[in-house]
Design a protein around this ligand. Structure first.
Ligand SMILES: [Zn+2]
Length: 151
């Protein structure tokens, strides 16, 4: 053993690896993303038992466990119900900081949609109204909505 190894501990560090993958979003997710891509529309769906409107839409109601097949078009506006401002860069972020992750309860929906706010972060508060801004080039991805802007 080399002399310099004496007293050296075998330390470890925790890390993460990035693993690219592709997965099928299902027929409900596909319809939702196609509406974003092709029509700049945000679709939700309504449970026929409890009338809850989900966005993103779900195949089954999380409350009643029944299949959902009633689609509703939601508006582009809603209210921020929770948020956090991101100031430090991390490899898996959707955009460069600063930006905010926000839970947005779109008008007509009963659950929040998680998305991002990129501008006017100093004005961002829970309760502010925001509007979806769509990208010009859309691919069938949640980020076809570029971000939400405070109205
Ligand atoms: Zn239900």
């Amino acid at each position: 053993m080399a002399a310099w190894l004496e007293g050296v501990e075998g330390l470890t560090l925790k890390g993460q690896i990035r693993v690219p993958y592709t997965w099928w979003v299902g027929e409900v997710g596909s319809r939702f993303l196609m509406a974003l891509r092709d029509e700049c529309k945000i679709l939700g769906n309504r449970c026929k038992v409890c009338n809850a409107v989900y966005v993103p839409p779900r195949k089954n109601c999380g409350r009643c466990f029944v299949n959902i097949d009633a689609w509703v078009e939601l508006g582009r506006e809603g209210v921020v119900t929770a948020h956090t401002i991101v100031r430090f860069e991390y490899p898996l972020q959707p955009v460069k900081p600063p930006f905010a992750y926000a839970v947005i309860k779109l008008d007509g929906a009963d659950v929040g949609l998680v998305h991002i706010v990129k501008k006017d972060l100093e004005r961002l508060r829970n309760g502010v109204r925001v509007r979806a801004v769509f990208k010009e080039q859309r691919t069938g991805h949640i980020l076809d909505i570029d971000s939400f802007q405070i109205v």
